[in-house]
Write a protein that binds this ligand. Structure first.
Ligand code: ZN
Ligand code: ZN
Length: 354
């Protein structure tokens, strides 16, 4: 799989008139080389050769994980070995979103005038997933479903949001993920009006909605799902609003297929909420790509020109957040297919009163 990616990337470099690309983003490093400690490494891909730069702590790991990349040992945060390798090259791309100014200055010291900022090159290749990547994403989603199933009996009056969030994190790891893909969100009652609120020591109260958004990395690939449930009883407004968000989410799911634009999916979802005068409370975009990063391309938002293609993986996650009242979000992850969507999160979306 990696070899095809590298050939495609080299072709892109040739098209852009670049001799090489310096790769700094940990997820791009993992994608191209399978090296799992990308935060402490860099890759240099030339048209003929490929190098991995890291320090002695990772020597064995680099030989094991990416034997086809030439190992270049250097002290952390130095570019000692890069100097030798870039001699004779005249235009080298660097990932502008992942190189800070101090590093850029160091690169200029190594060899001035050859560094070209490049945006989203490897990221755009990562959008369409291979069979192996899809399998990993399916596993991450399956584990999310299992975690949801396991957490339901624990959601009851008096339990603190933070305790539920900690338990979710524990379950994510226990059920086979390396770690959580992002800080698990558990927000209840009025706190649920914060789309990305932090779990507090607030106990769950009767009549609260509880929104849980979580996911883990399975062999590097992220899971991401959200469900909102009610505890003990559900006021009419909560029940009604839930069904409206669910309807909007279903419209989003139904619209997904190869060939539709991200903005179109977002528009259809927003239009549904508008029908109920709830669109003003839907403050974020409809969805995002999912892969080695929890948020990656394509984007399902009002301003997104991204064209969905077969085997891209995206979330569909409308929510409404009403200050002083609370919030509801429902999120699934789907694989884009030729004519539709293969939903990989399977947890129920029936309105649950626990
Ligand atoms: Zn989420
Ligand atoms: Zn998400």
């Amino acid at each position: 799989m990696n070899n095809e990616n590298i050939t495609a990337l080299r072709n892109n470099l040739v098209d852009m008139g670049l001799d090489a690309l310096l790769i700094s983003a940990p997820s791009n490093i993992r994608y191209l080389s399978s090296f799992t400690a990308g935060a402490d490494a860099r890759l240099l891909l030339t048209l003929e050769e490929q190098f991995i730069f890291t320090d002695s702590r990772y020597r064995e790991q680099a030989y094991l994980e990416c034997p086809e990349w030439r190992y270049q040992e250097e002290r952390p945060l130095t570019y000692e070995k890069l100097y030798g390798v870039v001699q004779g090259l005249s235009r080298i791309g660097f990932e502008e979103a992942h190189v800070n100014y101090a590093t850029y200055r160091k690169l200029e010291q190594i060899q001035p005038g050859i560094w070209e900022p490049v945006a989203g090159l490897v990221e755009s290749q990562r959008r369409v997933k291979s069979a192996q990547e899809l399998e990993r994403l399916r596993n991450a989603a399956r584990i999310g479903d299992e975690v949801f199933q396991a957490i339901l009996p624990l959601i009851k009056t008096g339990v603190e949001e933070k305790v539920l969030a900690d338990t979710i994190v524990h379950l994510i790891r226990q059920k086979g993920c390396e770690k959580e893909a992002f800080d698990a969100i558990v927000v209840s009652g009025e706190n649920a009006a914060l789309p990305h609120g932090r779990p507090q020591d607030k106990p769950i109260c009767p009549g609260d909605m509880v929104t849980m958004d979580f996911g883990g990395f399975f062999q590097g690939y992220a899971g991401d799902m959200t469900r909102t449930v009610a505890v003990e009883c559900a006021p009419k407004r909560l029940r009604d609003t839930y069904q409206k968000v669910r309807e909007a989410q279903q419209i989003g799911l139904d619209s997904i297929r190869a060939g539709i634009r991200g903005c179109e999916v977002d528009r259809l979802v927003r239009q549904c909420l508008q029908k109920y005068s709830l669109d003003q409370y839907f403050s974020h975009s409809t969805g995002h790509g999912l892969g080695l990063d929890i948020h990656e391309g394509p984007t399902l938002s009002a301003s997104s020109d991204d064209l969905l293609e077969e085997n891209m993986v995206v979330t569909v996650e409308p929510g409404v957040y009403i200050p002083g009242w609370g919030g509801i979000r429902i999120e699934d992850a789907v694989i884009v297919t030729k004519n539709g969507a293969d939903i990989i999160t399977h947890s129920t979306k029936e309105f649950l009163i626990l």
